[in-house]
Design a protein. Structure first.
Length: 272
């Protein structure tokens, strides 16, 4: 019975601390709902007494960042120093983070609101190999492989895995051509430059990866600018500078890492 009471008290204290951090993160990230916060490790009381936490994770959706309104944010905080008295009093400014990994995920629907991509109806995003973006063929097999299946399970070559500041992307949607609504597939590079990502279109085609038609050069030149855009995300949460970009099915994720930062730095990436 005593053990059950102690375990219950430990979980209760952990839940209180998580709620406190969640409320502060909600204020700093300008959210409508409390983000999810988990303080890992058991027992919590031992960590709280020492003021040292091995791992705290935070996740939130619907975060407004610059011109984007529905960004997903996740952060993993390691080697966290936070005196229990500060947590109890909600003084999250005193929380110091030894190492932090953070990322933001931007949905296709949000990217579709960035000019001039607003001209593309029903914009969709899929990963593509850099080789296919550049040449229209898989580098190893010499065959069409718009999603990069020949490259491996994650659709990237060894060279692409080493250079994480860029990736291949396939953007599809409907555009107006001579008064007709036509589905177009744009193969582009997505490149990370500081706090911004550039979408650099390389070529267009009609139809999907399995059955395609080359878009005439004149049409290419007229339509390619509709797929060129720059998205400025600012720094990632907690003053993290972006270092990697990844294309997922339906979204783009930007990742970064930082050391020796404070919890108050969560506000640095958000904007009105």
């Amino acid at each position: 019975m005593l053990l059950a009471l102690l375990v219950g008290a430990d979980f209760g204290l952990a839940a209180f601390a998580e709620h406190t951090v969640s409320q502060k993160a909600r204020e700093q990230l300008k959210l409508t709902d409390d983000p999810s916060v988990t303080i890992h490790g058991f027992p919590f009381t031992t960590q709280a007494i020492g003021g040292d936490y091995g791992h705290i994770s935070l996740s939130a959706s619907g975060v407004p960042i610059k011109d984007l309104q529905d960004v997903g944010v996740t952060a993993d905080l390691y080697d966290v120093a936070a005196p229990l008295s500060d947590l109890v009093n909600g003084n999250t400014d005193a929380i110091n983070i030894g190492r932090l990994e953070a990322q933001v995920t931007i949905k296709a629907s949000d990217i579709n609101k960035v000019d001039p991509l607003t001209k593309v109806e029903d914009l969709r995003i899929e990963p593509s190999s850099i080789e296919y973006v550049e040449t229209g063929q898989d580098a190893e097999s010499g065959t069409d492989s718009g999603s990069g299946d020949q490259q491996g399970q994650d659709g990237t070559s060894e060279e692409e895995q080493q250079d994480q500041s860029k990736a291949g992307i396939r953007i599809s949607g409907y555009v107006q051509i001579a008064g007709q609504r036509i589905e177009i597939f744009c193969f582009a590079m997505i490149e990370l430059h500081g706090t911004a990502i550039d979408i650099v279109p390389k070529r267009l085609q009609y139809g999907n990866d399995k059955e395609t038609t080359v878009v005439p050069e004149a049409v290419q030149q007229a339509l390619l600018p509709n797929f060129k855009a720059t998205i400025d995300t600012g720094n990632l949460p907690f003053e993290v500078t972006p270092t990697a970009v990844q294309v997922n099915s339906g979204s783009v994720t930007i990742k970064g890492e930082a050391k020796n930062v404070t919890f108050s730095g969560a506000t640095s990436s958000t904007g009105g």
